[in-house]
Design a binder for this molecule. Sequence first.
Ligand SMILES: Cc1ncc(COP(=O)(O)O)c(C=O)c1O
Length: 367
Amino acid sequence: MVGYSKLFREEVIAQTAYNAGIAADRFREAYGVDCLAKLDSNENPYGPSPAAIKAAESVSSNLASYPDAATSALRLAISEKLGVKAEQVVTGNGSEDLIALIFTAVLSPGEHVVTTCPSFGPHETGAEVCGATAEKILYPADWLFPIDDVEKALSAKPKVLMFASPNNPAGTAITEADFDRIVQALTPETLFVFDEAYVDFIEPSLRFDAIEKLSKTDLPWISLRTFSKAYGLAGSRIGFAVCSHDDISGALMKIRSPFAVNAVAVAAAAAALEDVGHLAMCVENIRLERERLQDELTKRGYTVAPSQTNFVFFDCKENGNELAERLRRRGVLTKGWFEEPYLGWLRVSIGRPEHTDAFLAALDSVA
Ligand SMILES: Cc1ncc(COP(=O)(O)O)c(C=O)c1O
């Protein structure tokens, strides 16, 4: 067999595939047991708003036509909700798509990106695929945001600062005071991409409006959001970016794949956005269950990172990937982490109470 890897850029060959986990419908075939709890991908166990399902179904009768490439109606609805202009909003096939789009649009080989560690993989790999270097700033053991180190890194004027708050996999959120320090330390040479995938899960007392704060500056920034988490639409693949300036959103609009966002996803997202009651129900149930899971793990002697998300990350005192494999054999999916120094940690999404019960029973039997 002829090998064609030489056709690809070195940066592509050097990558390892994203650890995407296993789809529920493939689980039985792979493990020979039923899936009792799918807690590996931070999905919403309550699913999307019934109105979103209805909207998706009604669009399904007209799949022959291309969707509106500009996704104008949805961008307008998002802009009204967030108090920004529709021109500032760019939609994507999930926010992952937008992370890759932003890096592709901005980075040249040899440029520098700053992110945190641990972090959502594409924040690092997306930069590396473009030939940039990713500097990963480690969280301290107390899980406070590493603000001094990030400030120092910003003084070297990296091309991009990208991190998530709340963080994936730790679940911890930056404080308003530390966020203000970042805004103070930023300069126009650095594009700040603030990944807010889990923003809806933050306790109201700890929440602040990052878009409002950033809008008071003339700095270049992007807030990344997704419909995959609190809105329960991971399967429909839709996320969006709110950009500080029209030339930033304009550049992304020019090179995004024109029909990246499909008509079913747009209809579902627009309806989900309106159903504030469903969103509140999901967030509240997940918050309660998160507290229970954190308490149960602490009771068992594990160290748990303080989560503001729909998952928890804990020091499982052994290789997390090996523990995850034993849990899978008991029908429970979780995610071990492949990033040093967190190989001994496990991430567990918050499910319904019965999913937490299944996870704890499996953990007690295999740990
Ligand atoms: C921090 C963070 N950002 C972005 C994403 C991507 O979400 P999606 O592509 O489903 O919108 C995820 C998914 O897990 C995430 O954890």
